[in-house]
Ligand binder design. Sequence first.
Ligand SMILES: Nc1ncnc2c1ncn2[C@@H]1O[C@H](COP(=O)(O)OP(=O)(O)OP(=O)(O)O)[C@@H](O)[C@H]1O
Length: 692
Amino acid sequence: MSQHAQVKRKRTRTLDAAPQAMGVASGVSPGMPQGMFLDNDADPVIGEMLARQSALLQGNLIDTHFSDEPAPRALPQSTLGFHSFTDARDDTEQDDDLIFVKEQPVGGPSSSSAVALDQPQFDHHYTAKKFKKQRTISLPQLPYAKLLYEARGTVPHRQNDDDLLHLSGSSTKTIDGNRAVTLNVVRSVSPLTSQDHAPVLKRMAAAPKISKLVPSRKKKKKFFQTDKEGHYVFQQNDVFCNNRFIVKELLGQGTFGKVVQCVDTAPPVSPHVSDFQPFEDPFAESFEDSHFDLDYGHSQSNDSQPRLVAVKIIRAVDRYREAAKTELRVLKAIIENDSTGQYQCLLLRECFDYKNHICLVTDLFGKSVYDFMCNNGCPRFPGSHVQAISKQLIRSVCFLHDLGIIHTDLKPENVLLCDESYVGKPLSPQTYSSLSPRRKSACGGERRFLTNPEVKLIDFGSAVFHNEFHPAIISTRHYRAPEIVLGLGWSFPCDIWSIGCVLVELVTGESLYPIHENLEHMAMMQRFNGRPFPPKIVENMFYKADRKLGNMSPDLNSTVIKHFDRDTLALQWPERNKKGEIITKERSMKRILTSCDRLDKYILQKVRQDYGDWLTINWDLSPEDNWALLESKYDEQVLDREVFLFWYWFLDLCKKMFEFDPTKRITAREAIGHEWFNYGILDEGIASFGKV
Ligand SMILES: Nc1ncnc2c1ncn2[C@@H]1O[C@H](COP(=O)(O)OP(=O)(O)OP(=O)(O)O)[C@@H](O)[C@H]1O
């Protein structure tokens, strides 16, 4: 991965159919928003995109010849089409821009080849009947915004007041859990042979021949060094593990260790999940370097090709080695329950202990969503990509929650792109000149649109099983939920809050909470939510703190509790001295009062940059009444009903994710079924999809 002109910052935690083809294309043109923010001269782009989308969507249409469902056709559109799921057969002519799409898992037997190329292949065990009926989709959605998740497991995602704290959680439990770990780690580093990983294959094809990769041993060089903090010392062309891995690039460095891109010169050949074999527990005894010898006898063959992989090399420090065991247990649970990676979680391929460093071998993916944003002339993602990424994230987190796992560190840095390729569009001189020098040099004067918004969720280093020890403070500050800040105890809902922060960041291109301390964080939360913390949770905070219940962060009293009035239960912000004078710094005041607004207003202000000033929502009115109001105020030429609906429902989802009270916050499973995912939007994200 080229680091050229890339900017790295670190935030740590703690479709062959003709355009007029049936279905979407025919449906889109009449009622489509006309060139909302696609260039006027981009008609060929739109045509091509519609054709592609048509094919994509046809891959998801129910095969009418074999289905006992009514044929896909136009739906009537009562009151804006909201919740209308009435008999489509009578009203075909009324609204032919709507098609009836019923989702089914892509990659299944009835999927078109166009879709199959873009989707992971997997043997699903769903039947069509199990699928929820989708509302009509009048605009194309990207495939990754269309996959459904079949709920599994019985772990309740909703946090009860009673289990807010995991009061009895103890560190012993996790350590015991770790001691008991029997690693059943897969040996195959196989996915690179599958079409799902075309981007990585592409990269590999570009890689130099193996003979050129193996560093010469002539010069005396010390291999695989560890520094005094237990970190592996990155050296390009370093080799380890009996010369099997050749280090090529430093991908990332974190608290737990370093992640390096390596050429695996002797990858296991077997590409099949069924060939995965148990591997000895590397923790049962310490593996000496010289003892490390993988036995690949059965599967090694001459045609095994070197592959690029990512290796996370954990610090050679007991504390981090112990923590890595939890990461391994989580990774094990993931691969045991989703061996093909259909739920977008990083899959562990191998694990070994080398010179006291636990090494986790995983598939290699592209840069993070965060890095892509940092290097983009306009860091905002188009709505269609926000939706596609959101759906993958939510589905992924729902899967984890069903397994009883809380990720706890969801952030754009931990969401990797499967394919880094993009379509660049020149920025206007005005926009370009407004950029920082850093961004100017990084973006090359372009706004970049991914050609494929498929992502993978990584970093399970802080993940926690729901019934095990919960540290007092988790998550990277910007994505930290209020219940963590207030010391209430936390569970699955904290991940949902973090996802909310990520979604807003994708839409606006900026971190929602760019803060570093508790008071400002709490003041901002109130400002964005447009209301104070509910008295119930402030009371809870006092109750738990007074009785010293649960794990409390050492500075909870001094940085959180003292800022609340015990009588009114209100947050005392801005801060005042005894004389009643405001002592909060002006900069902080400005940051909160001028940069923050109620969340919907804050987001719409950014979104209007693409769609115009008409896009406003009155939350006291129903969507129907909102639309009627807009029609009465604006010329219909400027209005776009689809755009309105898309953002209306997006904001509705955000509101539910940013619910202060974790017991009332939307769960991942509920979010999957949210109305927003029934809407599509025609934008640059759709236009760039599949282009290389
Ligand atoms: N499989 C992978 N493919 C490509 N890059 C990766 C991969 N895994 C990790 N990285 C890169 O390495 C960085 C650090 O990885 P990871 O978050 O797992 O480590 P960490 O030590 O837990 O970091 P932190 O302390 O910041 O959470 C990631 O942000 C990403 O840029």
